[in-house]
Design a protein around this ligand. Structure first.
Ligand code: KE4
Length: 428
């Protein structure tokens, strides 16, 4: 495959955009390549500036559960655009999307729409701090909640990929208000609450972690967090930016039977356009301005085009049959992958839930940050480039999650499994 045009675009990009990208994980740095410049997406496939075609398992990092340029989503955006791109005033679509979200996720009595997952989580912890009149938050090593200062401590996703889990530029006193515990280790949280429980405003986590690669939760860990936070009058915040409407029509919380106090959403609820959201208990949400004193705002929050894309996407998902199909296709892919790795003898850990999966090049199970870090990122880089050469576009980082969309068909799954076999045999 040739990447000549992508390479020339990348050279130009780097003269005007830091690292040539608008989000670090796109830079392909950890896989030792230059990024591809994409010209279009269609269904399960993307096409780069050199005309190469790929089956896409990044799906824009999660939003594209329906695949690229779904006709009903595109039509909704086009119709909305014909009536104006932004009003800076309330409009009906915002109410419709808010009602759909609150009906789908029972713990969300009210919701505020914002423009990104970062805005959602940043606002949720500000609200939690105001509601509890406490300053400390607990997060988990390897979880990523966007790039607000309080979260850039032992974070996952692009920080882990870039090998800088704690970002420079975050003031020491802010770092002091963020306590980092171990994912799936309830005792690590219990100890913190015993020491400073009266100072903790909230515990925030991905109820299924997608930013260390995919790491599944110990259900008892999640239930334990619910009890622990309730017992210390701290809030439990589920960051469902990835899992929201990915694993079911609603949140992973719907399947767990756990009600957090606040939930953060993003990605799928915007159908590929910029939307984030945070919401939860009425008594907490009513503290938000202009009803209450806690401030949060946004010029383009509830943007008509983004809201139209989100509504169109959720309407298709609401029908519900999609999730069974996603489960089946991804199960078939997982089974094929396990067969290939077993037959070739290459030690890997494969974590999968629904239409999300990660392949870790390690002999151990991957259940938290420490075990994820043991994965061989050099092997992943070789695997990534081999798959790219065979027309399969995986996340350019060991510490991200692959997504199967409704647009992937069994032929795509077969082509992917065949490519894995060819690459692994070449690597062995
Ligand atoms: P955004 O600000 O990127 O919309 O959302 C931040 C965020 C919050 N919470 C979770 C669980 C997330 O996964 C994210 C963002 N995810 C990464 C990829 N895992 C976005 C990709 C990127 O940074 O370019």
């Amino acid at each position: 495959m040739k990447f000549v045009r992508s390479s020339s675009l990348f050279s130009k990009a780097r003269t005007v955009i830091p690292g040539g990208v608008n989000s670090p994980v796109r830079a392909f740095k950890s896989v030792g390549m230059e990024p591809l410049f994409i010209t279009r997406g269609q269904g399960a496939r993307i096409f780069d500036a050199d005309g190469n075609e790929f089956i896409d398992y990044v799906g824009s990092w999660g939003p594209l559960i329906l695949g690229h340029s779904h006709p009903r989503v595109v039509e909704a955006i086009q119709t909305a655009a014909g009536m104006g791109t932004s009003y800076g005033a309330p409009h009906q679509g915002e109410v419709e999307l808010a009602e759909m979200i609150c009906q789908a996720i029972p713990s969300m009595d009210m919701v505020r729409l914002v423009n990104s997952g970062t805005e959602a989580t940043m606002s949720a912890i500000r609200l939690a701090r105001a509601f509890t009149r406490r300053d400390k938050i607990v997060k988990f090593a390897g979880c990523y909640h966007g790039h607000a200062d309080s979260f850039l401590i032992q974070a996952g996703s692009g920080l882990l990929t870039g090998g800088v889990p704690t970002s420079p530029g975050v003031p020491a006193d802010l770092i002091g208000n963020t306590i980092v515990c171990r994912y799936n280790d309830l005792d690590s949280v219990r100890t913190v609450f015993e020491q400073m429980g009266t100072e903790i405003a909230a515990v925030i986590l991905e109820p299924m972690a997608g930013n260390m690669g995919l790491v599944l939760p110990d259900i008892e860990f999640l239930h334990g967090l619910r009890e622990l936070t309730a017992g210390h009058e701290a809030l439990l915040i589920f960051d469902e930016v990835i899992t929201g409407f990915r694993v079911t029509y609603g949140g992973l919380q719907n399947l767990l039977g756990i009600e957090p106090d606040l939930t953060c959403l993003g990605k799928i609820i915007g159908g590929g356009l910029p939307v984030g959201a945070y919401g939860g208990r009425c008594d907490i949400m009513r503290m938000m301005a202009p009803e209450g004193p806690v401030y949060q705002a946004g010029t383009l929050s509830g943007n008509p085009l983004a809201v139209a894309a989100g509504i169109a996407t959720l309407k298709i998902l609401e029908a519900g049959e999609l999730y069974d199909d996603l489960e089946t296709k991804t199960y078939v892919l997982e089974t094929r992958l396990r067969t290939v790795f077993e037959e070739t003898g290459l030690p890997v850990a494969i974590n999968r839930y629904g239409s999300m999966f990660s392949i870790f090049f390690t002999e151990e199970d991957v259940t938290d940050y420490e075990s994820a870090l043991k994965a061989d990122t050099r092997m992943y880089a070789r695997f990534f480039s081999g798959m790219l050469e065979r027309g399969i576009y995986l996340p350019p980082s060991q510490f991200e999650t692959c997504f199967v969309s409704a647009a992937h068909d069994i032929k795509d799954i077969d082509q992917t499994a065949d490519a894995v076999r060819q690459v692994i045999e070449a690597m062995a």
